[in-house]
Design a protein around this ligand. Structure first.
Ligand code: SIN
Length: 327
């Protein structure tokens, strides 16, 4: 390779974490009876031609079914991303991931990284062994996003659509186009290796550095999600309060209430939430609705998470609790 060619080549690092994209089934006709997280990321890349001028490198960070995602894997991923973001020789990062908790990992990375280069998560709804797997095209699209010169922020590339890590949500159990950006709309589209932007690249949060020192394998503060629904009772919340009052190891520090509509709660849940707050537990409301945000009202006694879904509000509260512990 000539020196000139080497200097114009864009390096993209592909980090593997498992998922259906790395899944194997006994038969090519089986799109659901597979085991996720079986094929290594280097093997996944072997069948994919890099876009012109792009050099690919692969690294396995984890190999899990993303339903089993853990904070320790997020920390390992975030630490590796930080090293690579600081390396001027690398243009962007792709992360292969299961679809089931992809929105949580994307939101976590969005919250802790200053991603002035692209960090692009991608996935598949069909295993690598499928008759017509969707993974290879998704990976190819994610690489195109990661190699786009002005791209930045944490995004997700799936089924030709680029979503912001903050907004993306899995909305379908089976279709290959399983993700939506909700009201925010997609960041753009990947068409034949070219990115067509629909809105500006997402900015990472400023001031997230207070959390980075906590990116270790320590257990994060425990934050639970409790759903408000017809006939709900406060017994689960009272059990969590009791653990906390007994000083049980790993007792809850925060509670996200998955609220109805514009952040409303069954009165039994609301009363129990008041008891939790009195016991020193941080309580936040996040809407159960797939779209929209909670509009705050004067006199609200429990903070709301705006447009964040309950799973994302849980991560935001964990990071906030980590931040205040480190302040
Ligand atoms: C997973 O989330 O790891 C399994 C399901 C999928 O990737 O679609």
């Amino acid at each position: 390779m000539s020196d000139q060619k080497a200097s114009t080549q864009r390096r993209v690092l592909v980090l593997g974490t498992g998922g259906t994209i790395a899944g194997r089934a006994a038969s090519s006709g089986d799109n659901i009876g597979y085991v996720a997280g079986q094929v290594g990321v280097a093997e996944l890349l072997a069948g994919i031609e890099a876009p012109p001028g792009v050099a690919l490198e692969a690294e396995q960070v984890a190999q899990v079914d993303s339903k089993d995602m853990e904070f320790s894997i997020w920390c390992a991923l975030a630490r590796r991303c930080m090293q690579v973001l600081a390396d001027p020789a690398v243009s962007g990062i792709v992360i292969t991931h299961g679809t089931d908790t992809l929105e949580e990992t994307a939101f976590f990375l969005h919250s802790v990284l200053q991603a002035f280069k692209p960090v692009v998560l991608t996935c598949a709804m069909r295993p690598a062994t499928a008759l017509s797997p969707d993974g290879p095209q998704n990976v190819r699209d994610a690489i195109s996003v990661a190699a786009t010169p002005d791209a930045r922020g944490v995004t997700v590339a799936c089924a030709g659509v680029v979503h912001a890590g903050r907004d993306v949500q899995k909305v379908h159990t089976y279709r290959t186009d399983a993700f939506s950006s909700g009201d925010a709309g997609p960041v753009g589209f990947v068409e034949e290796g070219e990115v067509r932007l629909a809105r500006p690249w997402p900015e990472g949060p400023q001031g997230a550095h207070h959390v980075r020192q906590w990116l270790s394998d320590l257990d994060p503060p425990r934050v639970e999600i409790v759903l408000s629904h017809a006939g709900a009772r406060g017994a689960l919340i009272d059990a969590l309060i009791a653990e906390r009052m007994q000083g049980a190891p790993g007792a809850v520090h925060g509670l996200v209430l998955a609220a109805t509509g514009n952040g409303t709660l069954h009165h039994e849940i609301e009363q129990a939430a008041g008891r939790a707050q009195a016991a020193g537990i941080r309580v936040v409301r996040a809407t159960r609705c797939a779209q929209g945000r909670i509009l705050a009202k004067p006199g609200d006694s429990i903070a709301d998470a705006g447009a964040l879904s309950p799973v994302k509000a849980r991560i935001a509260l964990q990071l906030e609790l980590l931040g205040s512990a480190g302040a």
